[in-house]
Design a protein around this ligand. Structure first.
Ligand SMILES: C[S@@+](CC[C@H](N)C(=O)[O-])C[C@H]1O[C@@H](n2cnc3c(N)ncnc32)[C@H](O)[C@@H]1O
Length: 483
C-alpha cells in the first residue's frame, strides 16, 4: 500500500526555503496503489484497524474541540521573503490517516468492479449519511421538527453553537436601552450567518440589540469572478435566500466591484469603509465573521485563509471580536499539504498577537471529515496601517506553505497549544477515516462471519443510528438554547 514516505520530499530542518520550492516544482505527485492479489488479503488489514469500540467514534465526535490561548508577549512582524519550516511531530498520525484513506480508496475501486453505478452511488451516500449525519444531520432534524420557520444550513448551526459556546462574543446587555450591534460578515453569501445572528439575538439576548450588518462575498454573476474562479457553485455562491437582492446597500463589493478579498486593494477599501461606518454609527464594530471556503490549488486555498485573517485585522476596531473559519490544510491527495503546520501556526499566531485572547475550536456541528476549524478572537487590541501594508505585501507575494514569522521568534508555549489543537483535530480525522474504511469494506466480498465481526448490519442500519442521534440532537438543542 502507498506509504507517505514514498512520495514526500526529504526535508530536514536544514533545507532552505528556496530548495523546498525548487523540489516542490520538480516533483510530481503519483498515487502508487499496490493492488492486492485477492479480497482475502483485505480482511487482516481491516482487522488491524478494527477495535471493538471503534464505533464509539460516532458519539465521541459529539464533543467540541476547544483550546484557549492568551496573547503572546512575543510580537513579531510578517516576512515577505519566502520562509519555510516544518514540524514532524504528526508524521505518524498523518501516515495513519493516509493509510486508512488509501486502503478505503482501493477497496472502493474493487467494489466498483462488482456493483453497478447506481448501487455504488447508493452505498457511498449511505456511508456519507451515517458518518456525517451525527454532525450535519442536526440541520435536517431542526428543519423536520419545524423549530425555525425558514430554511437553514449547516453554517447556521455552526455559528449558533459558537455564539453559545463563547458568550463573550455577544455580551448580555442589562441596560434598559437597546444597543446597536455592528457586524462585518465576509465571505457571507448566501447569508445564513445573518439569519443565525438575527435569531440568536432574539432568542438568547432577548432582543437587547439592534443588529446592523454589512456583508461581502465573491459577487455572483460577476464576469471577472467567473473567469478567475470558474462557475462552480462551490466557489461562487448564489443569492439563494434573496438576501443580496433585498439588501443592496448592505452588500459591499470593494474597490474593484468583485468582492474578492484576495485583492489587497479591496482589503484596504474595506478598512476605510468600516472606519467611516463606525464614525457614522458613533461606535466601534462589535464582531467580524468570516466563512470563506473554496476549491482550488493548495496555494489559492491558503491565500484565501490569509486574506480572511488580514481583512479581519484590518476591519476590526478596539474591543471587536471575531469568528473566522479556517482550514488545517492537510489534504490526503495533495503532497505539499503534508507540510502544513508551519502555515497554520503562523495564521493562528497573527490573531493571537492582536486579541486579548483567542480560542481555536472545532464545534461538534463541523464536519469531522473536513479540515475546517474556527478561530475566535476576543477584545481586539488594534493594528496600525504599516502592519496592514506589510501583511498585504506578504499576500501579494505569497507562495504555498510560506511561514511568515521567523520560527525562533515564536513563543514556544503558544506554539505548543496550537500543536495540541492540530493533534486533536488529526485524531478526530483518523477515527472518522477508520470508521469510513470499515463501513466501506462491509460492501465488499466479506463472508457472513467477517461481516458479523465488523458489526456491519447493525452499523449500516439507519434505525440504529436514528435513536442515538435523536437523543444527542436534543441535548445539543437544549444546551445551546436553540429552542
Ligand atoms: C461556505 S460559503 C459561506 C456561507 C455563509 N456564511 C452562510 O452562512 O450562508 C463560502 C463563501 O466564501 C466566499 N468566497 C470564496 N472565495 C472568496 C474570495 N476570494 N473573496 C470573497 N469571498 C470568497 C464564497 O463566495 C462563498 O460565499
Amino acid at each position: 500500500m502507498q506509504k507517505r514516505n514514498i512520495y514526500t520530499s526529504n526535508f530536514t530542518s536544514n533545507n532552505t526555503a528556496d530548495k523546498y520550492l525548487q523540489e516542490r516544482d520538480e516533483k510530481q505527485y503519483i498515487m502508487r496503489l499496490r493492488v492486492y492479489k485477492d479480497e482475502e488479503e483485505y480482511f487482516p488489514k481491516i482487522l488491524k484497524i478494527y477495535e471493538k469500540n471503534i464505533y464509539d467514534g460516532f458519539t465521541r465526535i459529539w464533543e467540541p474541540i476547544i483550546i484557549k490561548i492568551n496573547t503572546s508577549s512575543n510580537n513579531t512582524k510578517p516576512l515577505v521573503k519566502y520562509n519555510f519550516y516544518k514540524y514532524s511531530k504528526f508524521d505518524k498520525l498523518k501516515d495513519n490517516i493516509a493509510d486508512s484513506h488509501n486502503l478505503r480508496q482501493e477497496i472502493e475501486m474493487k467494489i466498483g468492479d462488482i456493483l453497478d453505478k447506481e448501487k455504488q452511488y447508493k452505498y457511498k451516500k449511505q456511508i456519507k449519511n451515517i458518518t456525517e449525519y451525527y454532525t450535519r444531520g442536526l440541520k435536517f432534524y431542526v428543519e423536520k421538527k419545524r423549530y425555525v420557520p425558514h430554511k437553514i444550513s449547516n453554517a447556521y448551526m455552526k455559528l449558533w453553537e459558537i455564539l453559545s459556546l463563547f458568550p463573550e462574543l455577544i455580551n448580555e446587555n442589562y441596560d434598559n436601552d437597546k444597543k446597536d450591534f455592528m457586524v462585518f460578515q465576509m465571505a457571507e453569501a448566501p447569508g445564513q450567518f445573518i439569519n443565525c445572528i438575527t435569531r440568536f439575538l432574539k432568542v438568547n439576548r432577548k432582543n437587547q440589540y439592534d443588529y446592523h450588518w454589512r456583508a461581502n462575498s465573491l459577487k455572483p454573476e460577476n464576469y471577472d469572478n467567473q473567469k478567475k474562479y470558474g462557475k462552480e457553485k462551490e466557489n461562487i455562491f448564489g443569492d439563494d435566500y434573496n438576501l443580496i437582492r433585498d439588501n443592496p446597500d448592505k452588500w459591499i463589493w470593494g474597490a474593484d466591484g468583485t468582492g474578492d478579498i484576495i485583492n489587497t486593494d479591496n482589503i484596504k477599501w474595506y478598512r476605510e469603509y468600516m472606519l467611516k461606518w463606525s464614525k457614522e454609527m458613533k461606535q466601534n464594530i462589535n464582531l467580524v465573521t468570516g466563512d470563506g471556503g473554496m476549491i482550488g490549488s493548495l496555494e489559492m486555498m491558503q491565500k484565501l485563509d490569509i486574506a480572511q485573517m488580514i481583512l479581519t485585522l484590518a476591519t476590526s476596531q478596539k474591543g471587536s471580536s471575531c469568528v473566522i473559519k479556517h482550514f488545517i490544510p492537510f489534504i490526503n491527495s495533495i503532497k505539499n499539504s503534508y507540510d502544513c503546520e508551519g502555515f497554520f501556526i503562523c495564521l493562528a499566531y497573527s490573531y493571537i498577537q492582536h486579541y486579548e485572547y483567542v480560542y481555536l475550536t472545532k464545534p461538534v456541528t463541523s464536519n469531522p471529515n473536513s479540515g475546517e476549524v474556527y478561530i475566535v478572537g476576543v477584545n481586539f487590541k488594534g493594528i496600525d496601517d504599516n502592519m496592514i501594508d506589510m501583511y498585504c505585501d506578504m499576500l501579494d507575494n505569497y507562495k504555498e506553505n510560506h511561514c511568515w514569522f521567523e520560527q525562533d521568534k515564536l513563543d514556544k508555549k503558544v506554539v505548543k497549544k496550537i500543536m495540541d489543537f492540530i493533534e486533536e483535530c488529526f485524531e478526530l480525522r483518523l477515527k472518522q477515516t477508520k470508521i469510513r474504511l470499515i463501513l466501506s469494506s462491509c460492501f465488499y466480498k466479506l463472508n457472513d462471519n467477517q461481516k458479523n465481526h465488523l458489526q456491519c448490519n447493525k452499523m449500516l442500519s439507519m434505525d440504529y443510528h436514528k435513536e442515538t442521534r435523536n437523543k444527542i440532537f436534543n441535548i445539543w438543542l437544549k444546551r445551546h438554547k436553540f429552542i
